[in-house]
Design a protein around this ligand. Structure first.
Ligand SMILES: *Cc1c(COP(=O)(O)O)cnc(C)c1O
Length: 445
């Protein structure tokens, strides 16, 4: 069986200053924290205080002055910050953000109440009325809805193009373009974008532009998690994640994050303060002490199972096609090997699978997909019909009628979304149990 993680396709990334690996570092973060003395706890406690006691009016004034006025010389870690009010900042979020920035190899991270709040946050600081966005033609349904239902009201139009063709992307760029927005792997079809090539193209375009007109690249890397790829190391400016998915991992909380360059931190903090989409400390905490520390071990196990499940699905006569970046038959297998790599340099194709049911027509294929999913929903023990992904439980869903229903049915096929397409997010169950459940439902069709 393909034990994908033992296959190293790249050199490991540099070890940390103290000589320990990134994966170990993700469990501990810093050994001591100047922001909050909890040295007698093994784990940081959940902070639960909406407001903070200030010793004097002067200290309060200093806190407000310092908020979102960091300079590269005065980083948050160099001194204990003055906490004022949860919406401005509090210790659980601060610690989580530091670890997320580290996991993604970015300068800074700012958390948000959800993945969608994070996406709105990064687009909010990069665009304004009169700017435009160039986005991939296939995106997570709510992101598509944000760009088509709400941004036009702010006079921020989006052109949707296929990011596998850089010529098409370049052709869509105008004088007013501020953001190139993409997902890789894309939700749900898993098509990849060559992130290094996009970054190189934007660098060239920016060379001819004034700094205030420059274009920024934003990648929603939710499907990959930082374990499987780190777009910033490939030259991308901003990464967004839904923490609800693979990073949180256990499906207990909703959250999101933007990771980016140092200069963006103040803007993101101010945006979050004024638009108000703050991550609750009670939701930051499970990601901090459970999700991120277990990310590497979960992902390694889940992608090993995903490989086995994907191989099983390719052998089934009821199935038209299977897409999994770890399969040799994956249309962009070479790019996958180059781009989806864990901290140790191992090939890391992730835990998401997309497959299409066979049918005599698109309608027939859709009917078969629904029939299969309904059987799974009623009878499977360890495969659950539910949206969301990256969970320790295996989840199955039908994007055309669920996560991507914001995209009109007649546009779905043009965007590469098959009516009979099914999305499978592999969990931590034994792979033979997942296969058993899928097999029973396929045989009952
Ligand atoms: C779920 C998801 C989001 C939105 O995240 P929420 O935490 O649900 O707001 C954004 N992008 C992708 C790719 C997702 O899967």
């Amino acid at each position: 069986m393909g034990i994908v993680h033992e296959e190293r396709t790249q050199e490991p990334e540099e070890p940390e200053e103290n000589g320990y690996s990134t994966e170990t570092h993700l469990i501990y973060g810093r050994m001591d924290d100047p922001r909050w003395d909890y040295s007698h706890h093994l784990l940081p406690p959940i902070s639960s205080s909406a407001t903070y006691r200030l010793d004097s009016a002067q200290r309060g004034a200093q806190g407000f002055t310092e908020f979102a006025h960091s300079s590269p010389e005065v980083t948050v870690t160099s001194k204990a910050p003055i906490y004022i009010y949860d919406r401005l900042g509090e210790p659980n979020k601060d610690m989580l953000e530091e670890n997320l920035a580290y996991a993604e190899r970015g300068d800074i991270a700012v958390s948000f109440a959800s993945g969608m709040a994070a996406i709105a946050g990064v687009l909010g600081i990069l665009t304004g009325s009169g700017s435009d966005i160039v986005a991939d033609r296939l995106l997570y349904g709510c992101t598509y809805s944000l760009l088509t239902n709400w941004y036009p009201r702010l006079k921020i139009p989006t052109s949707f193009v296929d990011f596998s063709s850089l010529e098409e992307v370049a052709r869509a760029v105008t004088r007013h373009t501020r953001v190139l927005y993409m997902e890789s792997p894309v939700n749900p079809t898993l098509r990849l974008t060559d992130l290094r090539a996009v970054a190189a193209m934007v660098k060239e375009l920016n060379a001819a532009r004034d700094p205030e007109d420059r274009i920024f690249t934003v990648v929603d890397s939710t499907f990959a998690t930082p374990f499987c790829q780190r777009p910033i190391t490939l030259g991308i400016d901003f990464v967004v994640h839904s923490l609800t998915k693979g990073i949180g991992g256990f499906g207990t909380d909703i959250g999101g994050v933007v990771v980016g360059p140092q200069w963006s931190k103040d803007m993101l903090m101010l945006y979050r303060k004024d638009f108000g989409g703050v991550l609750s400390p009670k939701s930051a905490w499970p990601v901090l002490v459970q999700g991120l520390p277990s990310l590497a071990v979960r992902m390694r196990q889940m992608q090993e199972s995903a490989m086995q499940v994907a191989e099983f699905l390719t052998r089934r006569p009821e199935i038209e096609s299977v897409r999994y970046p770890g399969l040799p038959s994956f249309p962009q297998a070479e790019l996958a090997r180059r781009q989806m790599v864990d901290y140790e340099g191992g090939f890391a194709p992730g835990a998401m699978i997309y497959f299409v049911m066979k049918g005599t027509s698109p309608t027939d294929s859709l009917k078969r997909a629904e029939c299969f999913i309904n059987h799974v929903a009623r009878h499977a023990y360890c495969v659950t019909l539910a949206v969301s992904l990256g969970n320790i439980r295996t989840l199955i869903e039908h994007p055309g009628s669920m996560t991507h229903s914001a995209i009109p049915a007649e546009d779905q096929i043009a965007k590469g979304l098959d009516p009979g397409g099914i999305r499978l997010s592999i969990g931590l169950e034994r792979p033979e149990d997942i296969i058993r459940d899928l097999c029973i439902s396929l045989e009952r069709m």
